[in-house]
Each structure stands twice: as structure tokens, then as C-alpha cells.
Design a protein around this ligand. Structure first.
Ligand code: PEP
Length: 259
């Protein structure tokens, strides 16, 4: 079973900084990653850096992902990027519904669903982010919010052929704080999401094509604790993914996790 380490570089780097970081990740990880086919190490630079990063990771055990996508292949959609273009640029993965987009750009569950369907059409694995705010958790609505997000994102979705999908459980109040939830807390939510996937999809699809990963203040120190939980199949990483030594160390931990 594949275990995932996905770096979300957000809008933190310019084009040359992104290229340099991609090259450094490849340099640090390539030798070890080649013998570890069960670990998928993915970097998600900003769109304008995808072309240079694609060159840096070509033929290496590091895959490329977008941070967002539009749901049409072409048309009058100013400022957007299509799944077709992401594929042409070399992306095999793409984040959708990240909490920063939900918060600052009004991304809705319906948009996340359209983006998910569009990505699968192009054989790009969607990384669908779900997670509750602190207010929702405090009000006892954590589970209901996350279940509703998963249900909406996956309406009409049925991965076939070589299509896969990843759900990233990211409690919104944790992102960027440096203080992760406990592995037990994360695992409880992963079980809830897994149960929802089983209600929506057949068991073979869930087992063969779906993975649930954790995101929120993951670093080289706490990653092994999350991966020790059977149900947690990897991590989506923000801050720590910008530090190449730490990210390469996390890739090694990911590759060594027994899944
Ligand atoms: C994220 O932005 O998806 C994330 C998990 O960030 P951080 O690791 O910095 O909390």
C-alpha cells in the first residue's frame, strides 16, 4: 500500500526559490527514494513554478502536484488553471478544498466536488482537504461537519481504472500553528472518514483506490506517531515541507512506515 508525504508550498516561494527547493529535495531524497516504491513523495509548488519543478523532478522518485484547479478544460475563466494544463505540466496530484481557499476565497463543497470530478477525468489524484474549525469542534459539530464535507466532495465520484483519490483530514484550527492534534485524535477522525467512504463507495474501491492522510503541524518529530496509526496513510505538510533536510527526513520516515 502506498504511503504519502505531500508538501504544500502555498504562496511562500517565488519561481527560482521553488526550483531550488525542488532540486534540493530531489538531491536529498533521490538515492533513497528509488528503492522505496511504496512511498509517494509529492511536492505542490505554486502554479507559476510548476514547469521548472517538473524539470527538476523528471525521472526522480518525487511527484508533482498543483495547489488548486478549475473544473473546465478550457474557456473564459480568467485567472484559473485547467486540469488539462496541470496534466501537461506533469502533475499527477492536486490539492482541492484547502482550508485557506475555503476561508479566503469562498471555496464551497460544490466547487470541491466539481474540481474532484475534473481531476479524475484527467487521471490526476485529487487531495481533498476536509476539517472543522475550532468553533465547530467546540460546539460538538466536528464529526457532522467533516462527514458533510466528505459526502459533498464525493457526490457522483467513483474512481475507476488507474484513478485514485486522497482525503486529507486537516483540522483548520491546527494548520500553521505548530501544534498538531494527537495521533489518536487524528485516527478517530480517519475512522469516521473511512466509514463515510464505505457508505458511498464499494469496499474494493475504498481499499484499492482511496487513502486518508493527516495534515496540520506535521513535522519530522511527530510524523512517525501519526503513521503508527493503521488508518493514517500519510501526511499533508505545509511549513515543514519548505525545509529540505526535514522534508527528506520525513520522506524516509514515510517510506519506512509499515502499511
Ligand atoms: C497545510 O497547509 O495543509 C498544512 C498542513 O500546514 P502546516 O503543516 O504548516 O500546519
Amino acid at each position: 500500500m502506498t504511503t504519502y508525504l505531500i508538501g504544500n508550498w502555498k504562496m511562500q516561494l517565488n519561481e527560482s526559490e521553488s526550483e531550488a527547493l525542488a532540486k534540493e529535495v530531489v538531491r536529498l531524497w533521490a538515492g533513497q527514494g528509488e528503492g522505496k516504491p511504496d512511498a509517494a513523495v509529492v511536492i505542490c509548488p505554486s502554479h507559476m513554478a510548476l514547469e521548472e519543478c517538473a524539470k527538476a523532478v523528471k525521472g526522480m522518485p518525487v511527484a508533482l502536484g498543483g495547489q488548486d484547479v478549475f473544473w473546465e478544460d478550457k474557456g473564459a475563466f480568467t485567472g484559473e488553471i485547467s486540469p488539462k494544463t496541470l496534466k501537461e505540466l506533469g502533475c499527477d496530484y492536486c490539492i482541492v478544498g484547502h482550508s485557506e481557499r475555503r476561508q479566503h476565497l469562498g471555496e464551497t463543497d460544490e466547487m470541491v466536488n466539481k474540481k474532484t470530478l475534473a481531476l479524475l477525468r484527467h487521471n490526476i489524484t485529487p487531495i481533498i482537504c476536509v476539517g472543522e474549525t475550532m468553533e465547530e469542534r467546540s460546539a460538538g459539530r466536528r464529526d457532522a461537519v467533516v462527514i458533510a464535507q466528505v459526502r459533498a466532495a464525493l457526490a457522483g465520484v467513483k474512481p475507476v481504472g488507474s484513478q485514485k483519490l486522497i482525503v486529507a483530514y486537516e483540522p483548520r484550527w491546527v494548520i500553521g500553528t505548530g501544534k498538531a492534534v494527537s495521533p489518536e485524535d487524528a485516527a478517530e477522525m480517519h475512522h469516521l472518514i473511512l466509514g463515510t467512504l464505505h457508505e458511498m463507495l464499494s469496499s474494493d474501491i475504498v481499499e484499492d483506490r482511496c487513502a486518508i492522510i493527516y495534515g496540520g503541524a506535521v513535522d519530522a518529530k511527530n510524523l512517525a506517531g501519526f503513521l503508527a496509526m493503521d488508518v493514517i496513510r500519510g501526511a499533508l505538510v505545509g511549513g515543514a515541507s519548505l525545509k529540505p533536510q526535514e522534508f527528506a527526513a520525513m520522506a524516509e520516515i514515510t517510506a519506512d512506515a509499515k502499511k
